[in-house]
Design a protein around this ligand. Structure first.
Ligand code: SF4
Length: 261
């Protein structure tokens, strides 16, 4: 693992995502190292062409100072997503506490904040999350199996810790959601997951698996390793969506989005 401290010029960046005005990513690279990660394309733009995704991490050590300069009273208010291209709760966040300090800066500034992560480290920051007037936290969950998760998301918190994080966040009055995606055919058991989420989330979002030239080979190898036969073109995502919406309806959990690729 190559860890480098770097300086950034901007940390509050304009987003291309629907319904999100800005993104904040205090780290470049991601040691969660999910096989299906789409963000690994970033390597080309950040000087990491020779390193494998998951093997490097740049720590933008001046993120907090830069954010303080960017968040002026004149800055147009809008939704901020923390962790859009890399997870902002890297294990090393325990040491650097950049995400925590960023949340501290955002408190009382009038920007709605959404955090999306695969780490239960987010629970550490409940006290600062509570000080942001419009705030929500999402945990990504693709399965509940620890063994499966070690194959597909080897560096992230195990799924049961993520479910537990949602429970603790919700108990503390924070709006929570589960991002169920990418759905892994033959692995992601929607009903089992939704049942485990009952009472712990305000809504869920789904995303279909998007195989592309960046993640295809690693993802297909992971299916083999997990012993699951998978033929990419045989999935009827329309049927999966119907089933997902029906199950969520049965458990009384709103579906805020179902993103198909
Ligand atoms: S946590 Fe997100 S950014 Fe990190 S490797 Fe996994 S999919 Fe990619």
């Amino acid at each position: 693992m190559i860890i480098k401290e770097v300086q950034c010029k901007s940390i509050l960046t304009k987003s291309n995502l629907p319904e999100v005005e800005y993104c904040i990513n205090p780290y470049i690279g991601c040691t969660h190292n999910c096989v299906y990660c789409y963000a690994s394309f970033m390597k080309r733009f950040t000087g990491h062409t020779d390193e494998d995704w998951g093997d490097f991490l740049d720590v933008r050590v001046n993120s907090v100072e830069v954010l303080k300069k960017q968040i002026t009273s004149k800055k147009k208010r809008g939704d901020i997503l923390i962790g859009s291209v890399t997870d902002s709760y890297q294990p090393i966040e325990n040491k650097y506490r950049l995400t925590r300090q960023i949340l501290e800066v955002l408190g009382g500034k009038g920007f709605p904040v959404s955090v999306l992560t695969k780490s239960d480290l987010v629970v550490r920051d409940i006290d600062v999350l509570k000080k942001i007037e419009d705030c929500e936290v999402g945990l990504t969950i693709t399965s509940l199996g620890e063994g499966i998760s070690r194959i597909f998301e080897p560096g992230a918190s195990i799924p049961l810790k993520r479910v537990n994080a949602l429970r603790v966040l919700k108990e503390n009055g924070i709006r929570t959601y589960a991002f169920i995606g990418p759905m892994l055919p033959g692995i992601t058991q929607i009903e089992e997951i939704v049942k485990a989420l009952e009472g712990k989330v305000d809504f869920v979002m789904f995303e279909t698996l998007n195989l592309n030239k960046v993640n295809r080979e690693r993802t297909l190898k992971a299916f083999l390793k997990a012993g699951v036969a998978f033929s990419p073109n045989s999935i009827n995502w329309g049927e999966v969506e119907k089933k997902a919406r029906r199950i969520c309806g049965e458990y009384g959990i709103p579906v805020k989005g179902f993103y198909k690729h």
